[in-house]
Write a protein that binds this ligand. Structure first.
Ligand code: PRP
Length: 216
């Protein structure tokens, strides 16, 4: 007898997880256990459908998927670019839309134009490095921060930042602006490469159903 094979989903804790669950519901995948408010549980099962979900920090989602601890993951494109894991990116889920941008005070525009040696603060050093070194061919000093990156130019740690801009509200409130756009971002579905070989029908059927649902 085959041991029961679960399809395991790793979701990034927070807004993306809620939106992912709503999307999965549209294709008949539900998990009542996950809706319990205030629960500190990390793993949730729907025995009937043979699916399990777990919640992790966003940057860990591609790690779980690369190593096969999860078959499928949902995470922002920013995290995928930064982590650079070996996973299949199979679907743009169309939510969590925002932009990765170079931001700073208006006067920093000149520094960018003249390819000066500037300091760049970011939670995404790899994305920042790729943008400045490979796309702009500009040598910069990249400083890794872990959040509230907008502080960088305000307190004189950096000239500009590379960060996510959604509404632009945080920038505006802090006297900063978008100086250049690096790339558009949104939530993506990723799949473990071995899972795709081992359960191709089940996973491809799910991708097909989700693709239709996303396009409605
Ligand atoms: C993100 C990002 C910006 C902000 C952008 O931060 O780093 O700070 O959201 O959103 P807005 O354009 O709608 O203002 P997050 O809230 O994830 O926290 P963090 O600063 O700790 O990374």
């Amino acid at each position: 007898m085959d041991e029961k094979r679960y399809l395991t989903f790793a979701l990034a804790k927070g807004r993306l997880a809620q939106k992912t669950l709503s999307l999965l519901e549209t294709v008949g995948i539900t998990c009542e256990e996950m809706k319990e408010k205030g629960s500190r549980k990390l793993i949730f099962v729907n025995e009937e459908l043979g699916v399990r979900f777990f919640l992790s920090k966003g940057p860990d989602v591609p790690t779980y998927v690369e190593y096969g601890a999860a078959d499928i993951g949902v995470v922002g494109k920013d995290t995928l670019l930064e982590e650079g894991r070996r996973v299949y990116e199979v679907l743009d889920l169309g939510f969590g839309k925002c932009r990765m941008c170079v931001c700073g005070p208006a006067q920093a525009k000149e520094l960018l134009k003249h390819h000066e040696m500037i300091r760049v603060a970011s939670k995404y050093p790899k994305i920042a490095k790729d943008y400045f070194y490979n796309k702009k061919h500009q040598t910069v000093d990249i400083i890794k921060l872990n959040g509230s990156v907008e502080l960088g130019p305000i307190v004189g740690l950096a000239d500009v930042i590379v960060d996510i801009v959604e509404t632009g509200g945080t920038l505006k409130e802090n006297g900063l602006e978008v100086l250049e756009e690096v790339c558009p971002l949104s939530a993506r579905m990723i799949v473990n490469q071995v899972s795709m070989q081992m359960q191709p029908e089940r996973i491809k059927k799910l991708i097909g159903a989700l693709r239709e649902s996303v396009n409605i």
